[in-house]
Design a binder for this molecule. Sequence first.
Ligand code: NAP
Ligand code: MG
Length: 507
Amino acid sequence: MSINRPIIFPKTNSGNFVSTEPNKLAFNDGWQYAPAPESTDHVTIDQRYKLFIGGEFVAPEAGRHFETINPATEEQLSSVALAGEADVDRAVKAARKAYNGVWSKMPASERSKYIYRIARILQERAREFAVIESLDGGKPIRESRDIDIPLAAAHFFYYAGWADKLEYAFPGRHAVPLGVAGQIIPWNFPLLMCAWKIAPALACGNTVVLKPAETTPLTAMKLAEVIRDAGLPPGVVNIVTGAGETGAAIVNHPDIDKIAFTGSTEVGRIIQKAIAGTGKRYTLELGGKAANIIFADAAIDEAVEGIVNGIFFNQGHVCCAGSRLFVQESVADEVIRKLRDRMETLIVGDPLDKNTDIGAINSASQLETIESYLKLGQEEGAQMYQSSCAVPDRGYWCRPTIFTGVSQSNRIVQEEIFGPVLAIQTFRTLEEGLSKANNTPYGLSGGIWTDKGAKIFKMTQGIRAGVIWANTFNKFDPTSPFGGYKESGFGREGGLHGLGAYVRLEA
Ligand code: NAP
Ligand code: MG
């Protein structure tokens, strides 16, 4: 008899293989895939990283550094420069000089050649970047390899193509670059966020000072090498690593023309206050609490995959994660049963293993936040269910978790948890589903699962969110604009709209 499914080797929780019984080739406790770790041989991580300013790697003025660790092992990977105000000032000066002297004057077709070069080098070094992304941030190698790195390269390709076509992007208007852009990004898609920020800024003729997040600086420093190797004129891209105060120094620097921020709504508010009245332009891409809505006429098995992808993808460290599930009442029992079955098959563990579905939580403090919400959810009276999978002893881990029996006012329904935690509610009519989905201060994304096109149109028109997926979830493309309503921020990144955030339009 041939068994038409992946071969699964039985393994105890301690990692020892046990004898095989053919009739047990199915998913159940103690049965796992054989390990398939990605090799790290081709990767070098320096013991110490400097700042990338004016085309050179320079030491921070105050000589301070901080550690970046691997959240799956808690081991230190490298020590990274902590940029202070003086370093940020130096970076802004380098960016201004490059803007005035070279970049804003260069023919657009020349600018695009540099951006294409960055895209191609990223593709050539994709494996190395994927491994470093997983080591530094904890995300499964399958995602960094198949999503983060190829999409980052795709953004550079896409915007390279626009650089000399701005007159077609804005017909009848003259697009003028803004000047020096200060860009601050989070830890959930470290390289991809660099690409979202840098590619459109450069295509439009701006120069940049970018700060990666404290826990995931390594791919940004590797990108600095790529930028140097691509021969970009010194100062066009400057990368300053550091903490929140480094970000604040960028925000408050008087010679920055535009702030592009992706991160929490809380820090977004601080930034908005800080730059009020300064004339700086800004875009804020903030938090989310997306509704994933399953109608009874949906293809239920596909919808269950969509729910899993929506909330457990990247450990739920996704601003547009489908963290609120609304299921039409008549199919709720079936959906929840199938979801629980599917959760039991998810593999939590080594991010470098190609079988891993859910990697490490990005940091100890993020795990603490998630765990405080798990406690809170139970205190609020909801029923919690977690998969029974084993998790490694060291590192930061959270089993996939669902809450049922929640109400709209519960904090686990209203607040962003940013972890693999799903709150499930039911609805009867389309109108009820819509009003529940919109009962949130956020409005970044949403998902709809139904067999009926009319319902898709009705729901997409009614949901107050920037991106809505129909019969799929968490799909990204450089041509598609992305951004929020309400407390999810404003301004759009990606696509043609993403260019508008980096130019002033003149007659
Ligand atoms: P965060 O705490 O707001 O940090 C984001 C970035 O801002 C980091 O580089 C951080 O530096 C820096 N920062 C912290 N305090 C600052 C200040 N006072 N002034 C200037 N910069 C400051 O957010 P996070 O925890 O890293 O990321 C998770 C959040 O990002 C979630 O809310 C998620 O929804 C949101 N997000 C939104 C989108 C979107 O497109 N809408 C995309 C991804 C993530 P340190 O790392 O050193 O603290
Ligand atoms: Mg790290």
